[in-house]
Design a protein around this ligand. Structure first.
Ligand code: SF4
Ligand code: SF4
Length: 488
């Protein structure tokens, strides 16, 4: 496959699907410190422009605009998950003017360090979960010398299909992003995890692997099939399924299994940044639920939920519940006009309002039966209600992965998940914080670029300027097949 023959700007269509009248860009859409607005009210911004930069030395990623237009407001907003963050509002001029730098790169060699640096400069964070900066996770995997690079294609939340659409529509991008990142961390095996029922996506991945495997002879490829069930894909469940290990809280896949796990849409975003110089400014969002026929839309990050819903013609009933996230773990929102989708919003669920009569626990045992971590949610819930936190901990409460299944099945309408998951979440913060301790060459290089950031320039543009010199010096060069006839 000759990648130089691809259309000159393959993602142009991305900006066409939903082109909102404005975007509200929170400076904190990732795990870490908020970025700092790098524009002022009245400034004109273009597609791909960096409008929020991380403070030097902070654990953060930049924020970019997916539309062109004028900055109309910079103020604090509260996201549905309670995060208070500065946000930059941009009013669309509908001219779709993009930065000159947002275009495919020509053939070049980049080092593993630069790969990680570009991914950080592109503002990429995990698109399937807590939004951990991808560069930090890659750096940690590299430090831990992981052997297996796992790509999570197991989207299992009810109704959500955005990851599967990403695979069907852009399989080469998903596979190439995975190859580039696997090389950057020094893994020798690349494994795609996917449900056995997803035949179309399995075929798409297999075809793409066939096309590029000769360019990545140092990597062994595999596709591992999983049963279709919810939840799947959480790293501790994957550790159990693939390596037979029950990771305790605080244990990582990297240390315990010599593997690292990334979401497939994140890999797509990485290849967009590496190949086409596109920062993370849009994403595929599922708009779905029992009150919607099911849509997948390419949406600029920051698009208000109301504008997304306006494009889903089958959503008519104003009394339906609008949920920011999936129907099991998402958060109901009341003000879709002022609530944007963020980098981690994979789904907007539209659910018929059904009142479940609330009764005391009838000890049916359904919550225990469905819990993927083999917990007794009703017992833990009672303990937490009585303030018995130590006992709840001994009962395994910290193992809860917030899947929402127990609340969903409970015939008594008890919201078990909220109290158990928030108790477990206190522990999870410690786990994610371990990433902060891993300073890396990629991160340091990125900070230098941030320090030299000036005015209206895209961080990605700056990065590509210095690219060639750095790669000549770098001892850890890898070659990516951007232009097969030139470099591979
Ligand atoms: S939310 Fe937690 S306790 Fe409930 S089923 Fe999922 S893992 Fe188990
Ligand atoms: S599912 Fe609900 S009613 Fe049944 S045991 Fe669990 S908490 Fe009690």
């Amino acid at each position: 496959m000759n990648f130089s023959k691809r259309s000159p700007f393959v993602k142009e269509i991305m900006f066409e699907r939903i082109y909102p009248s404005k975007i509200i860009l929170p400076m904190k859409m990732h795990y870490g410190v908020p970025a700092i607005p790098a524009v002022n009210v009245g400034d004109y911004v273009r597609i791909g422009q960096c409008v929020g930069v991380p403070e030097k030395g902070s654990f953060s990623v930049p924020v970019h605009s997916g539309i062109s237009g004028k900055v109309s407001d910079i103020s604090e907003i509260v996201l549905p998950n309670g995060i208070i963050t500065p946000a930059v509002t941009i009013v669309n001029d509908m001219k779709r003017t993009r930065l000159d730098s947002v275009k495919p790169r020509s053939g070049f060699k980049i080092s593993a360090t630069e790969t990680i640096g570009i991914i950080r400069a592109a503002g990429i964070c995990g698109m399937g979960g807590e939004g951990i900066p991808t560069s930090a996770k890659l750096s940690r995997a590299r430090t831990e010398a992981v052997k297996e690079f796992l790509v999570n294609c197991l989207q299992s939340e009810p109704y959500s299909t955005c990851d599967l659409v990403a695979i069907t529509e852009y399989p080469d991008y998903v596979v190439l992003g995975s190859c580039a990142c696997a090389r950057a961390v020094g893994a020798s095996k690349l494994v795609f995890l996917i449900s056995e029922n997803r035949k179309e996506q399995r075929k798409a991945l297999a075809n793409s692997i066939d096309k590029i495997k000769d360019d990545f002879k140092d990597l062994e490829f595999d596709i591992k099939l999983f049963r279709e069930r919810f939840p799947q894909g959480y790293y501790r469940l994957v550790a159990r399924a693939l390596y037979g290990k029950n990771l305790s809280l605080g244990e990582t896949l990297e240390k315990s299994c010599h593997a690292v796990l990334f979401n497939c849409s994140t890999m797509l975003a990485c290849w967009e940044a590496l190949s086409d110089n596109i920062p993370m400014m849009s994403r595929i969002v599922s708009v779905t639920g029992d009150a919607s026929g099911g849509h997948n839309m390419l949406v600029p990050v920051g698009t208000p939920v109301s504008e997304i819903l306006a494009n889903a013609q089958d959503i008519k009933n104003g009394s339906d519940r609008i949920v920011w996230g999936n129907c099991l773990t998402g958060i109901e929102i009341r003000d879709p006009e002022h609530t944007p989708i963020v980098k981690t919003t994979s789904v907007i669920s539209v659910i018929r309002r059904a009142e479940v009569p609330k009764t005391p626990c009838i000890h049916c045992g359904l919550c225990s039966e469905c819990c993927p971590m083999n917990l007794s949610p009703n017992t833990i819930y009672e303990m937490l209600n009585q303030g018995l936190r130590q006992k709840a901990s001994e009962e395994g409460a910290r193992e809860c992965i917030a899947c929402g299944s127990c609340s969903y099945v409970c015939p008594a309408g008890i919201n078990l998940t909220t109290s158990i998951a928030s108790f477990a979440g206190e522990g999870r913060i410690i786990e994610v914080n371990s990433l902060l301790d891993n300073s890396s060459a990629g991160d340091r290089m990125f900070e230098d670029y941030v320090a030299s950031y000036v005015g209206e320039t895209s961080l990605l543009e700056d990065y590509s300027d210095g690219n060639e010199n750095i790669s000549k010096k770098s001892p850890d060069s890898i070659t990516l097949p951007f232009e097969r006839d030139k470099e591979v």
